[in-house]
Design a protein. Structure first.
Length: 266
């Protein structure tokens, strides 16, 4: 009887030692220059790999990380979202501090919030916004070399705006999809598409419900063809209707692309 009473008294203490599986929503910013993209790859540094290593070293050996966007090698982020699942009683503030203490300076966790059980950063996303930056100076600006595509010669931003208007709305974007992504549904809805110019810098901002592989970079490469005067302003509409990748312009370099934010219902 005494043994049973002792066991009953120790049960709550024993339960307190059992860790609970919890999910956190991470807001990340990173300079992707020295990484082979988001997704874990064997023997190559990646953003997901760095976050996962930090989480497993300091938080939980069974931690899992899922990113909202699988950014390519060299692509940057101002607002990547990831879900981190681990068996820990630590609060969001402690998780935040531990991750930033372990991550390299090129990757920063800006915010950590506890998420509902089962939250998946990729599946729950309802839209994303990207920015592509172009350095149009006669001489490449050293401070922009890691984050902007240097394009010399005149670029007509007005002609680019006119051409890009045809891409707004819901369309089949096969003509702007790289070969490795052609098994995916090619229909996307571009909600906003802007070209902003300030002196020698241009930024193309695009928001959509989803993106195909290299879609933004292929759109930018095509738009620059129009801006340089190599193509007419109605050419992009023709390319879109063709659904033929070979009809579009070149793929813009990865280092000018930035994931600005990921949208969720709440």
């Amino acid at each position: 009887m005494a043994d049973l009473r002792a066991h009953a008294l120790s049960a709550p203490a024993h339960a307190a030692l059992i860790t609970a599986l919890r999910t956190f929503r991470l807001l990340l910013s990173y300079d992707g220059t020295d990484f082979h993209g988001w997704q874990v790859q064997p023997e190559a540094p990646t953003i997901q790999g760095a976050v996962l290593e930090a989480a497993r070293r300091f938080l939980s050996s069974e931690a899992r990380v899922i990113g909202a966007s699988r950014t390519d090698a060299g692509v940057h982020a101002l607002g990547q979202t990831a879900s981190l699942t681990l068996d820990s009683h630590l609060g969001a503030a402690a998780v935040h501090g531990a991750l930033n203490a372990a991550l390299p300076p090129a990757i920063r966790v800006l915010r950590v919030d506890e998420a509902p059980p089962g939250f998946d950063a990729r599946r729950a996303a309802i839209g994303k916004r990207y920015a592509y930056v172009i350095d149009n100076g006669a001489v490449a600006a050293p401070l922009w070399r890691r984050t902007a595509w240097h394009v010399t010669g005149p670029i007509d931003a007005g002609a680019m705006r006119t051409a890009l208007a045809a891409l707004r709305g819901r369309h089949d974007f096969s003509a702007f999809c790289a070969a490795p992504g052609r098994e995916a549904d090619p229909v996307c809805r571009i909600e906003t598409l802007h070209v902003i110019r300030k002196r020698e810098r241009l930024a193309l901002l695009v928001s959509a419900d989803r993106f195909l592989h290299h879609m933004v970079r292929n759109i930018v490469g095509s738009a620059v063809e129009v801006g340089r005067g190599a193509r007419s302003s109605d050419w992009l509409a023709e390319v879109l209707a063709s659904r033929d990748r070979t009809r579009a312009g070149p793929t813009a370099p990865a280092h000018g692309l930035v994931l600005v934010r990921v949208r969720y219902r709440r």
